[in-house]
Write a new protein. Structure first.
Length: 470
């Protein structure tokens, strides 16, 4: 016979309120102290990963440990076990040091743990996310009914664009798949695109050969004439062109494809026009930089990652479109167990995901506290950081390979500093700064991106010194 009352909740998983508060307060203090150490310490991991693996081998979860001990252990291992995006001398791959409001959002979301699949389960979060999506869409100059959603990353948002393009281009695609097309489907983006497009073509079932990489103009931007020629050749050979993708802020060089020319071609060829502004879309926040994105308002859809230049915590992309019905057509589903089923509203009926985290709060809190002006100042500050680095490097004999206007600098060292990849290895292993080697327009360059909103003049001087072998 079972006991008359239920056993108590497992205390290690659900501590009593006093204990919870005690640990939360302690954790907050630990994290603030860790942040100060991270910002002053090495950018690169210092942990011996073989020892760490051996340490994990000894842990078979048979002996529970006190939460504080495990938290202290985790912070210590994180402090030595990752490339530190929070360090102001991380000049890296678009990964930001997260804003404090975005971090607060994660804390709130963790407590409430809302399920954002359905508007009935999470009416406030669903409205709030839509509000932010519409605000960003308006900022981009979209008109009409702006819709979209927060996604896990630029890759998911770009995948969504491809599914929308497929869905819009044939009424039977949803039921019959690609066999409805008269030939192999192709979509177009430049050689400098983010190469996740290959995985996207693969997972959509088109095959990687569906991605057509268009030549660039020698400056890292898609060449519109090459695009026209490629589309014409594909049509002539019986292929079915589907979508043009322009990149606003290429991963390698921060370059912006000719958005107007790409829009003209997509329009005259009757193709879906998507702009991958995963990183460069952040420039919309700045009145001064916004003109660089002229033409973005002509997109059928766009990707903007708030977890890049807008510095939310990781996994916070946006897919924005004015074709709500296509989105709803692409992701419709029907089941008896969901608490709501509202075609143009419920996220599970309009996105790749079903269960969804409350991602949009991160950007909402940043926008609400900094306003467009503050977010714009954050974005412009990154360009200023890059300008200062550029000036110092050019004076020291480096040459500049790109002319982005945004916050990525591709540079070639003077001959006496040796070849790029060895130089970058030396910089990264010093732990004093983090930069990347990339191949830009056929040559290796050192890629420097201002990703941290707290980089100071001292950090700039330190980066330039280590690059110059001092
Ligand atoms: C231009 C561009 N598009 C897409 C992506 C992929 O985004 P995510 O890493 O958020 O999936 C990136 C990532 O750096 C990018 O630079």
């Amino acid at each position: 016979m079972s006991s008359p009352v239920l056993p108590a909740a497992v205390a290690s998983l659900f501590p009593a309120p006093d204990e919870r508060r005690r640990i939360e307060d302690w954790l907050t203090g630990e994290l603030v102290a860790a942040l100060a150490r991270l910002q002053a310490g090495p950018v690169t991991p210092t942990i011996d990963i073989a020892s760490f693996r051996a340490e994990l081998q000894t842990d078979d979860f048979s002996r529970p440990r006190a939460l504080e001990d495990v938290l202290r252990w985790t912070i210590e291992r994180m402090e030595h076990g990752i490339v530190q995006m929070t360090n102001p001398r991380y000049f890296g791959l678009f990964n930001p040091g997260a804003t404090f409001p975005a971090q607060c959002a994660d804390r709130i979301t963790s407590l409430f743990n809302p399920q954002l699949a359905s508007s009935a389960s999470s009416p406030v979060p669903v409205e709030l996310e839509s509000h932010v999506i519409r605000a960003i869409g308006r900022r981009a100059g979209l008109t009409g009914a702006i819709t979209g959603h927060f996604a896990t990353g630029g890759s998911e948002a770009n995948y969504t664009a491809l599914l929308c393009a497929l869905t819009a281009s044939h009424p039977a695609f949803g039921s019959e798949g690609v066999r409805v097309f008269a030939g192999p489907v192709k979509f177009y983006t430049s050689r400098e695109c983010h190469i996740a497009w290959l995985k996207i073509a693969h997972q959509a079932g088109l095959g990687r050969a569906a991605l057509r990489l268009v030549d660039t103009d020698g400056r890292g931007r898609l060449d519109p004439q090459a695009l026209e020629r490629m589309i014409a050749a594909d049509r002539a050979s019986g292929a079915v062109p589907l979508m043009v993708v322009a990149t606003a802020g290429t991963t390698g060089g921060g370059m912006i494809d000719p958005l107007q020319s790409c829009a003209d071609i997509a329009q005259s060829e009757r193709l879906w026009y998507h702009i991958d502004a995963a990183w460069g879309g952040g420039a919309l926040a700045s009145r001064r930089l916004r003109p660089l994105l002229a033409g973005i308002e002509r997109a059928d859809s766009m990707t903007i990652d708030a977890h890049k230049w807008l510095a939310t915590t990781m996994g916070c992309a946006m897919f924005i479109t004015t074709h709500g019905p296509v989105l709803s057509e692409a992701f419709h589903a029907s089941t008896s167990f969901m608490p709501s089923s509202v075609a143009a509203v419920d996220p599970y009926l309009n996105t790749v995901q079903w269960s969804r985290r409350f991602l949009g709060l991160r950007l909402y809190l940043a926008l609400a506290t900094a306003g467009w002006e503050g977010l714009g100042a954050h974005v412009e500050r990154a360009v200023e950081v890059i300008d200062r680095i550029k000036e110092r490097l050019v004076t020291a004999g480096w040459s500049v390979a790109n002319d982005s206007g945004l916050a990525v600098l591709d540079v070639v060292p003077p001959a006496e500093l040796g070849e790029v990849r060895a130089l970058v290895r030396r910089v990264v292993s010093s732990g004093r700064a983090w930069v990347a080697p990339v191949n830009f327009e056929g040559r290796d360059v050192v890629r420097i991106c201002a990703t941290n909103g707290e980089t100071s003049d001292r950090d700039v001087v330190e980066l330039v010194a280590v690059l110059n072998g001092r």
